[in-house]
Design a protein around this ligand. Structure first.
Ligand code: COA
Ligand code: AMP
Length: 633
């Protein structure tokens, strides 16, 4: 059957406001939108400026009260601890409204920020929804970040309260979260008034008197007293959450998500993009700390009346490369969404997919991949072993849903390996040169999106309209700069090839090499440094750092290499996967002093490279090549 995509995209092009007005009818509003888009509000306009709504109501109450009370809403499966539990929509409503009452009891109200620093357990999701219920703005921080990164986010968001757990569990080790949080609060200028701490049996944490409250105690007390918080009416344009993402400096960007536009776009995507019906089980194997986790572990499946999966494990090693297949069989998963790196990990461990033979994965209709470029080898391997369509789609933390993809719900288009397929309604994607002139098909350039951005995309950065304009809107006037480079073909397919800035993608995690360079440069023996992302068969890219030592340094270069590896782990966190540092005599630079990172990367990737005409001293590249070889890169 022909895809409805061309007609749907054309309908959006013809009448964007009519398109989103129709999509908005899928949401239960307290006051429905009369105005769909106000071009004069906010930085580039605002969606549904006069509507009133509550996201938690649409994600939870609407289904609990509307015939789905006994249907699974949240499935928790933790191969790492052996725990399993399913919450129905009625139970989810009870958990969330009771936790929300505990939060209001601690003085949290509309507009207050709440940091969520938690492992992949259902309480993390309850915390997000409880905030949404009372109009508090959550900001989830991924557990793999170090205290310094957490402190930066605390200082920017100035939370009234932090939701945390005593520990997270990684293969082979228990990570005590509480000392990390205490350290972060010590480091931050803004001190949250309260911490609500969930004690996990794997490691109990000490409480700080006067500030810390026991999660179970607070929730049990609210439940015993029959206290439940109601959904608070919010403007569609009020912030639902802030999610920090790597920027081009060490200071992360606080991407703001609103309530109304976010619901409209996510709800639209579930049926029209992912081809999912209410009542089905949708599994995004990511982490709630990432944008994929916010949108497709938590909000979109729940807004659509599906069951979502909170999976506390890894694709391999918990306990083996068959875990994904077990989950699919056990919960009759209809669609799996993960990063290509997860499939590369499974393929490495179990190249013939022997584990798959043990499970019945016939419920799976589609595999969706995003977060990094989906390499054709991995896509084809996944297609071969699963026998279902494998759909690459491209998006960013800033957008909260996919910019370009293959809309299975509207009828899949032919797959072209290496392409994320076509722009979704709402996105007018163009390929331009530095002067913002459109480039012909097949020519690489900067990928930009004509303003306004569709619903769900960031209206601004948290309390930083100026940085929003400067980071995304000023370089290509009238367009949003994605900072991705790529091209379109004659059929309008988009090929996303890589970033134009210093962001690298490590195991689907977005990281700034500039941020890592700041850490390296802070070492007292380092005169200058450079960090590049080097291709990696498993993680896509991994960072490699080069340091030039100050003259007169007496410690051995190997000691300093070890120091800086530790420093990145301590300051940014294990998630950076920063394991290789090389002390070199000098860095290759242009005659005007710019470090030639691009050529260094090509050398490290064993790609073809040519001598930059502007290089100061060509010999230095040879030295860089030798240094890389010495570490087996
Ligand atoms: N809390 C604390 N530490 C964490 C953590 C968390 N929530 N998540 C990861 N880490 C640690 C890991 O233990 C590891 O530590 P190590 O250096 O001591 O080994 C380090 O951070 C790097 O983690 P990661 O990059 O995830 O590597 P890994 O080797 O543990 O796992 C994959 C590799 C491919 C299996 C894993 O990254 C994965 O499943 N990724 C795919 C899905 C995904 O999450 N994508 C994100 C966006 S869609
Ligand atoms: P994040 O904000 O963490 O989701 O990372 C966004 C970045 O990841 C994008 O700007 C791209 O560089 C990259 N990315 C995400 N999905 C894809 C994809 N399907 N193809 C290519 N790159 C992708």
């Amino acid at each position: 059957m022909a895809s409805a995509y061309p007609d749907i995209y054309a309908a959006w092009q013809k009448d964007p406001q009519g398109f989103w007005a129709a999509a908005a009818r899928e949401i239960d509003w307290i006051e429905p939108p009369r105005k769909i888009f106000d071009p004069d509000a906010g930085v580039y306009g605002r969606w549904f400026p006069d509507a009133v709504c509550n996201t938690c109501f649409n994600a939870v109450d609407r289904h609990a009260l509307g015939g789905r009370a006994n249907q699974p809403a949240v499935i928790y499966d933790s191969p790492i601890t052996g725990a399993k539990r399913t919450f129905t929509y009625a139970e989810l409503l009870d958990e969330v409204s009771t936790l929300a009452a505990a939060l209001t009891g601690l003085g949290v109200g509309k507009g207050d920020r709440v940091i969520v620093y938690m492992p992949m357990i259902p309480e993390a999701l309850f915390g997000m929804l409880a905030c949404a219920r009372i109009g508090a703005v959550h900001s989830v921080v991924f557990g793999g970040f170090a205290p310094k990164e957490l402190a930066t986010r605390i200082d920017d968001a100035t939370p009234k309260l932090v939701l945390t757990a005593s520990c997270g569990i990684e293969p082979g080790r228990v990570i005590q979260y509480k000392p990390l949080l205490d350290q972060a609060i010590d480091l931050s200028a803004s001190k949250p008034a309260s911490v609500l701490l969930l004690q996990r049996p794997q490691a109990e944490a000490a409480m700080t008197a006067g500030r810390d409250h026991d999660w179970a105690g607070a929730v049990n007390a609210a439940r015993a007293a029959g206290r439940r918080a109601d959904c608070v009416p919010l403007k569609a344009t009020d912030p639902l959450y802030i999610l920090y993402t790597s920027g081009t400096t060490g200071i992360p960007k606080g991407v703001v998500r609103d309530n109304g536009g976010h619901m409209v776009a996510l709800k639209w995507s579930m049926k029209n993009f992912y081809g999912i019906e209410p009542g089905e089980v949708f599994w995004a194997a990511s982490d709630l700390g990432w944008a994929v986790g916010h949108s497709y572990i938590a909000y979109a499946p729940l807004l659509h009346g599906c069951a979502c999966v909170v999976f506390e494990g890894k694709p391999v090693g918990t306990p083996d490369a068959g875990t994904f297949w077990r989950i699919i069989e056990e919960y009759r998963i209809s669609a799996l969404f993960t990063a290509p790196t997860a499939f590369r990990a499974i393929k490495k461990e179990d190249p013939n997919a022997d584990y798959l033979k043990k499970y019945d994965v016939s419920s799976l209709r589609t595999l969706f991949l995003a977060g990094e470029r989906a390499d054709p080898d991995t896509v084809q391997w996944a297609e071969r072993i699963l026998g279902v369509p494998v759909i690459d789609h491209w998006w960013q933390t800033e957008t909260g849903w996919c910019i370009a993809g293959n809309p299975v719900g509207l009828g899949a288009l032919p797959v072209k390996y290496g392409s994320a397929t076509v722009p979704m309604p709402g996105y007018d994607v163009r390929i331009v040169d530095e002067g913002c002139r459109e480039l012909p098909n097949g020519t690489m350039g900067s990928i930009v999106i004509r303003l306004p951005l569709p619903p769900s995309c960031l209206p601004t950065l948290w309390r930083q309209d100026g940085r929003m304009k400067e980071s995304y809107l000023s370089e290509f006037p009238g367009y949003y700069k994605t900072s991705d480079a790529g091209y379109k073909d004659a059929d309008g397919y988009v090929f996303v090839m890589g970033r134009t800035d210093d962001i690298i993608n490590v195991a689907g995690h977005r990281l700034s090499t500039g941020g890592m360079e700041e850490v390296l440069a802070s070492h007292p023996d380092v005169a200058e440094c450079a960090v590049i992302g080097v291709n990696d068969a498993l993680k896509g890219e991994v960072p490699v750092g080069f340091v030039v030592l100050k003259s007169g340094v007496t410690r051995s270069p190997a000691d300093i290499e070890n120091d800086v590896v530790k420093l990145v782990r301590d300051r940014i966190g294990p998630v950076a996967s920063f394991r290789t540092a090389l002390a070199v005599a000098r860095l290759p630079k242009t005659r005007s002093g710019k470090i030639l990172r691009g050529t260094m990367k090509k050398i490290a990737d064993h790609a073809e490279w040519s001598m930059p005409a502007t290089v100061d001293d060509p010999m230095i590249f040879e030295e860089i090549g030798d240094a890389l070889k010495s570490k087996g890169v």
